[in-house]
Design a binder for this molecule. Sequence first.
Ligand SMILES: [Zn+2]
Length: 234
Amino acid sequence: MNVHNLMEDVVIKAVNTLYDRVKGENVTWLTCDCENCRLDTVSYVLNRIPPKYVVSGRGVTHNVEYLASSQLLADIDSLALEGMRTVSSTKRPFHTENREDCTIQANGNKTKPAYNFFTFMGVVLDGNTFEPVTNAKITLKLNGKPAEMVDKTWSNPFNLVPSTKGVYSFWVKSIPAKKSGEREFFNFSIEIEADGYSESVYHFEVPIMSEDSVRQTLDSTYTLKMKDLVIFKK
Ligand SMILES: [Zn+2]
């Protein structure tokens, strides 16, 4: 089965349009606009908006923009600009040396055993209305410290924006293991700060079996859907 995230098409188009426009204006902060930088920006945006999957070839029309509300399109543009700035300002680790540092977490330890994490994905809801919370800062901690993400296209803390309907996601960088096949429990917590709401902290423990190498690709079967996190107004 081949599934496709329709948002990819929308985001790729938006990012390319934005790059071309900004490049035309000769802004100083745009340090590079190569294909790799553009793809990093596309990932940055896709990691922050809800996907829309279809089975490939099933009557997908060319014009997918109609799937996205104008609010979502506006948010995609502002996320694209934010992503572009992030990618431009972190150009060095991104690709002047080895591109592998950028897209992939492995720094020469690809074949060493590692604890690979799921992507964590979940929703933050208002405890009174059960509507998604649209502005909040979400921090994922591992053993009490902010967890390191696989690369710069994922961020921790994660800031919610209105059209993402309270959805957040994290992909934690792999941790080296002594050997494969060993089970370890990892203690995570998610802290949520939002204006007008009481600060909330959720704790959870994840058992991970070490594998013989660092996971390189994102696979949708490797997403852990978190229970809904509910926060309350002060
Ligand atoms: Zn570049």
